[in-house]
Design a protein. Sequence first.
Length: 112
Amino acid sequence: MSNPAATAHNQSSRQTARGDGWDNFVDLVQLARALGGEIIGGQVLAPGPGHSPRDRSLAIRPSAQSPFGFIAHSHAGDDWRACRDYVLAKLGRPQWEPRWKEKTRQRPPQGD
């Protein structure tokens, strides 16, 4: 017999394109499979970028508030941007690029 509460949670966490911040939400099973990690305590512990397959220094939690659908933290001190891009790549998503680019001011030519 299945657990109705668990079934409802799994269905709701996998819904996408709702337009309420859950569009990019990533579930734990998807994260664990993509990263070769384990689900432990509401997060996935997985190898960080450049670490051995047995490593579990990268912690990833699903997050409806994050534009990426997850929050990543390296317990090995890896740069958070590298971890974010690593997880995005493992999920088959494009790397993050800022929506705005810093405009460079050009100086007028100096007369000699």
